[in-house]
Design a protein around this ligand. Structure first.
Ligand code: AMP
Length: 115
């Protein structure tokens, strides 16, 4: 089944794309949780972090390169930001196409809510 993010990558669903090449697409989250909230997505639809395979090593590393570049482009490289990958049900993953959240633009709270 085609994922929502595959449709965005293919241009079938509109999104505010901030970076795209043959391997990775980065676009603004539709429901931003911070002044800057970007999703950095491998064009290849790996469902979750629990599904990564040895052949994905290069593109997974490249996600960090793209995140760094987008953070610089959007002016948050010096102030700092957080990179998040949710995995599966308990991780709160809603879209089953592996993606990295790049969030910043103000001081973020604790990494997890206090119990
Ligand atoms: P996750 O919970 O880690 O799977 O994150 C999925 C993210 O996708 C959420 O932050 C949603 O707000 C975001 N999202 C869902 N639909 C869209 C869309 N059409 N365009 C951009 N972001 C979306």
């Amino acid at each position: 089944m085609t994922t929502l993010f595959e449709k965005i990558i293919a241009g079938q669903i509109p999104a505010q794309i901030v970076f795209q090449d043959e391997r990775v697409t980065a676009f603004r989250d539709i429901n931003p949780q911070a002044p800057v909230h970007i999703l950095v997505v491998p064009n290849k639809p790996i469902p979750t972090a629990a599904d990564v395979a040895p052949e994905d090593e290069a593109v997974l590393g490249y996600l960090f390169i793209v995140a760094r570049r987008v953070a610089e482009d959007l002016g948050i490289a010096r102030s700092g930001y957080r990179l998040i990958v949710n995995c599966g049900h308990d991780g709160g993953q809603e879209v089953m196409h592996l993606h990295m959240h790049l969030v910043g633009g103000h001081r973020l709270g604790p990494m997890l809510p206090r119990r």
